[in-house]
Design a binder for this molecule. Structure first.
Ligand code: SF4
Length: 342
């Protein structure tokens, strides 16, 4: 395994909730709660979970686009948690983000070549060199040189996402956060963009954090996968470990929701009861206990499970009393979920 390039150490982030006529703070939403996460150099890590689980917040915290309330963000061995904006400038070039909706981040009155070169202008790169790099970036993402002078409205959704990728790549980053880059695209276009991202990640030796709300999107793209639920990472492992030997009931439920492209094969879907709880009032104990099909009341609703290593699988971590740690003797319940993994 290569070295760690980006790391979150015990990172937490909450946001104020405003209400009433005066828009006063009426509470706080704990978006991210004491998260530890490592992204290894040149790997592609998938971060998966339902809407509102905190995965996009983690991406922004790692890039220092927002400030953590607690914990540390480490980039390339350097603690960048409290660096001032001026000190961050040189590091920003190495870390870029691709958004779900690239159109909203493009100026409709600026030719896309100039939008792609904008990050280089901020860094003081001379005009000719900027133009050259923007043209190279267009070529990298499968667009033509004549597109440089075109405006955002002249492009389709898939082409706009290619522009978003070109803009991120123009500054030659080492770390790329892809925040649901295909969720807004037609299914037929999604696979083209996913293939492009995979090709670029390998050819340019990028380190990628790929945020998605379902596991099928990250299956072919990512080396490792982290699953999030209600502000916490509940399982991390290699793609094979997550798909073939999941150790958290929530991961199992997400896996069961992936459609099987074979009409003769029937797959039993695990339907979780209720909605994801409000982060304003998170459940006690294990945050998944209000929806968990194998919950053990008296334990799960009282004790927060540690994110602990799965026996015999170094690097595969899960946070479930019944699968790791002191209450592993209750693991027989696992069979109730129809899980094949030991
Ligand atoms: Fe379910 Fe309990 Fe495991 Fe949480 S700790 S995932 S509630 S079995």
């Amino acid at each position: 395994m290569s070295r760690v390039l980006v790391e979150a150490r015990g990172v937490s982030k909450s946001f104020a909730v405003k209400g009433g006529a005066m828009q006063r703070t009426v509470g706080r939403v704990q978006a991210v709660d004491r998260v530890d996460l490592q992204v290894f150099e040149q790997e592609s890590l998938g971060l998966v979970g339902e809407s509102g689980c905190g995965k996009s917040t983690i991406g922004r915290l790692l890039l220092r686009l927002i400030q953590a309330d607690a914990g540390e963000i480490v980039f390339d061995g350097r603690d960048i948690t409290r660096l001032k904006e001026k000190e961050l400038r040189s590091i920003r070039r190495e870390m870029q983000i691709i958004f779900q909706d690239p159109f909203s981040s493009l100026d409709p009155r600026t030719p896309i070549g100039e939008s792609i070169a904008e990050g280089l202008r901020v860094q003081g790169v001379p005009r000719d060199a900027r133009r050259q790099r923007a043209l190279e970036a267009l070529e990298l993402v499968g667009l033509e040189q004549y597109h440089y002078r075109r405006f955002p409205h002249e492009f389709s959704g898939g082409q706009r996402q290619r522009i978003g990728i070109a803009r991120a790549l123009a500054v030659k980053p080492r770390f790329l956060v892809c925040d649901e880059p295909v969720s807004a695209l037609d299914v037929s276009i999604q696979s083209q963009i996913l293939n492009l991202l995979k090709e670029l990640q390998q050819n340019l030796q990028l380190t990628v954090l790929f945020i998605a709300h379902n596991l099928s999107v990250v299956e072919h793209l990512c080396d490792r996968i982290a699953v999030m639920y209600l502000g916490r990472v509940v399982e991390v492992g290699t793609r094979e470990e997550i798909f073939e030997s999941p150790h958290h009931p929530y991961t199992l439920a997400l896996l069961s929701a992936i459609p099987v492209p074979d009409p003769n094969r029937v797959k039993r879907q695990i339907l979780l009861p209720g909605e994801i709880p409000s982060p304003l009032h998170p459940p006690t104990g294990c945050s998944f206990h209000s929806r968990c099909p194998i919950v053990e009341m008296g334990i799960c609703d009282r004790e927060v499970p540690e994110l602990a290593e799965v026996a015999g699988q170094p690097g595969h971590l899960a946070s479930c009393h019944l699968r790791t740690g002191a209450h592993q003797h209750l693991g027989g319940r696992w069979a109730r979920m129809g899980a094949g993994a030991g």
